[in-house]
Design a protein around this ligand. Structure first.
Ligand SMILES: [Zn+2]
Length: 585
């Protein structure tokens, strides 16, 4: 310790503060390459000072401690961040962000294995690995010749030049670093987002990591705010009416262009097609999701907010709380709820939005206590637990695994119906491997149709209305050589496969008979554009709680109401869906 103090004293007194630069130049150089790539390629003027200051600080640490362990740890940390970011960019076109960090934290063991399997099967992964290895090799060489170059740099002339330049850069870096103050003090994720879009703020990998953690902490504040809103809700005496079952099915990664209901050439949805032909299924043509990631999409689907009116999900209660307030018995069957890891980790995640114990107690009468490999098993489980008719008024939610990545894992063998040769695609870049994956996706869609059919069957002779939608779409080589939800590099991309989603309303014969007005409202609305964050309004309308006693009902965003007017449909908070698609066509 006394050695370190002596070093610091000498360091400041004799102008030795330039030594970290001349002696640890490889660490400075590679810190900037590994961590600060974004700081020296974009908006250099603002960001380069900050990244140099950070590089200088770690070099000073290595220089003063003269410890190989300290230096090794710094390198280790840098390479972990660099490798994560590089692999994310190459394989998914993504960065370290609150979203990716949340995904990592939310992923359970089954998903981790699936994720890693998908990852190493991609050629882009091996390209990323090659880049990482190449940088590491260059780094080893730099370290090998470190002392020789140091001696050359410390000749009088070079020492003088570096000293002055370094001093100016370090001072500006110190002044610019004050921007972190407002990031660390951000109260909610909107403030974190706002901080991130300011050009002069650094975007290096370490800053991204800090942003992600601040955002996750902010998410915890948001949940507390949301909980308080739900706590304030007072029960509303239900209007005396007939029994009614509202079923809300949230699908997963459903590309609507892969359903014949929306014009697909293969019959992936025989059950729904039949219901459609018999007049019980109503197909909304133009529904869009605001996000292509489950957490953000489902949070805004469940919350009674209208994003197009600038309402944040945390400022409105979940629709489940509103249904309960109006006397409905609310059940939730979620095949994506992961157990074991949601008790003590971060509260930012979707599972905490839906299942934070205080929230769950206020929102549900019944929760499914198991998870199943196939969605159909969850429906069987529901059936086995409900041999008696449901409560007089009930809302039942099913959240399915649907067509989530690794499509072939989503259906049992007997649904292995479509094969590569069923796929009639003739683009030159489509080969058998592509066709196999498309066929697997179509089989998953076929199984999903069977699952939804089973849910319908449970309620077909009761007064029931079912709403089905998907949290977001997906891509499986639909118009470009891409499988998954990757970023768009094209100037005019077709974002419909990821953001346009199926929205279906199924009505039992009894419901149709008893509600001719609602049926006519539905028929009038099928062509209207809408964003699925407003689906709660549709559910309120169908459940007949679309009145002045419901504080959260807003006819302006209820697609079935005469007053309806679709607000701008902004996806990922930045893209106007309709203008992007207009540019594509
Ligand atoms: Zn999803």
């Amino acid at each position: 310790m006394s050695n370190l103090l002596k070093n610091i004293f000498r360091f400041l007194r004799h102008g030795h503060w330039t030594r970290p630069i001349t002696r640890q130049w490889p660490l400075i150089l590679f810190f900037i390459i590994l961590i600060g790539g974004a700081s020296v390629t974009k908006n250099l003027y603002y960001r380069a000072f900050i990244i140099f200051l950070q590089a200088y600080c770690v070099a000073a640490l290595a220089h003063l401690t003269k410890s190989k362990i300290v230096k090794g740890l710094i390198y280790f940390f840098c390479y972990v961040l660099f490798a994560t970011e590089t692999i994310l960019i190459f394989t998914y076109g993504m960065h370290i962000s609150p979203t990716t960090l949340t995904l990592l934290l939310e992923t359970d063991q089954r998903e981790t294995t699936e994720f890693l399997t998908t990852l190493i099967s991609q050629p882009q992964f091996w390209m990323a690995l090659a880049v990482i290895v190449a940088v590491a090799v260059a780094n080893v060489f730099a370290e090998k010749y470190r002392l020789r170059v140091s001696q050359w740099m410390e000749t009088r002339k070079w020492g003088g030049v570096t000293r002055w330049i370094a001093l100016v850069v370090i001072i500006i870096g110190l002044l610019s670093s004050s921007c972190y103050w407002s990031l660390i003090n951000a109260d909610d994720s909107v403030e974190v987002d706002d901080w991130g879009v300011i050009h002069k703020h650094p975007k290096d990998v370490m800053t991204r990591l800090v942003m992600a953690f601040v955002d996750i902490r902010a998410g915890k504040n948001e949940m507390m705010k949301n909980l308080e809103i739900v706590r304030q809700m007072k029960p509303v005496a239900p209007a005396d009416s007939d029994s009614l079952n509202i079923i809300f099915v949230i699908g997963e990664s459903y590309i609507k262009a892969h359903s014949p209901i929306y014009g697909y050439s293969l019959n992936t949805t025989p059950v729904l097609l039949k219901e459609h032909q018999q007049g019980r299924l109503f197909v909304f043509k133009d529904a869009v999701t605001p996000f292509n990631m489950t957490t953000n999409a489902v949070r805004n689907i469940i919350s009674c907010n209208a994003m197009g009116l600038g309402e944040h999900w945390m400022d409105r209660p979940p629709l489940t709380a509103v249904f309960r307030q109006h006397g409905f018995h609310v059940s939730m069957y979620d095949n994506q709820r992961s157990y074991g890891n949601d008790q003590n980790t971060f509260m930012f995640s979707l599972s905490n939005y839906l299942y934070m114990p205080e929230i769950a107690e206020l929102c549900y009468d019944e929760l499914c206590d198991s998870a199943f490999h196939f969605d159909g098993k969850m429906v069987d489980y529901y059936k086995a637990r409900h041999l008696n008719p449901p409560a007089k008024k009930s809302l039942l939610l099913f959240h399915l695994m649907g067509q989530h990545v690794l499509f072939h894992e989503r259906y049992p063998d007997e649904f292995n119906h479509f094969k590569a040769d069923s796929i009639m695609r003739t683009e030159p870049w489509i080969d058998t491997k592509h066709k196999e994956l498309i066929a697997q996706y179509d089989n998953a869609t076929l199984y999903n149709d069977f699952v939804v059919g089973n849910i319908i069957q449970l309620f077909s002779d009761r007064n029931t209305v079912l709403v089905y939608l998907s949290d977001h779409g997906e891509e499986v080589y639909d118009y470009r050589d891409v499988c998954g939800r990757k970023a768009f590099k094209e100037e005019h991309p077709d974002i419909s496969f990821q953001y346009s989603v199926p929205l279906l309303v199924w009505c039992s014969d009894k419901f149709k008979e008893q509600n001719p007005d609602i049926i006519s409202d539905i028929e009038k609305a099928l062509e209207r554009p809408l964003s699925i964050d407003n689906v709660c309004q549709l559910l309120f309308h169908l459940a007949d709680i679309s009145n002045s006693r419901n504080d959260y009902y807003n006819p302006a965003v209820d697609v079935l109401a005469n007053e309806y007017h679709c607000p701008p449909r902004i996806v990922e908070k930045t893209m106007d869906y309709d203008s992007v698609m207009a540019a594509f066509h």
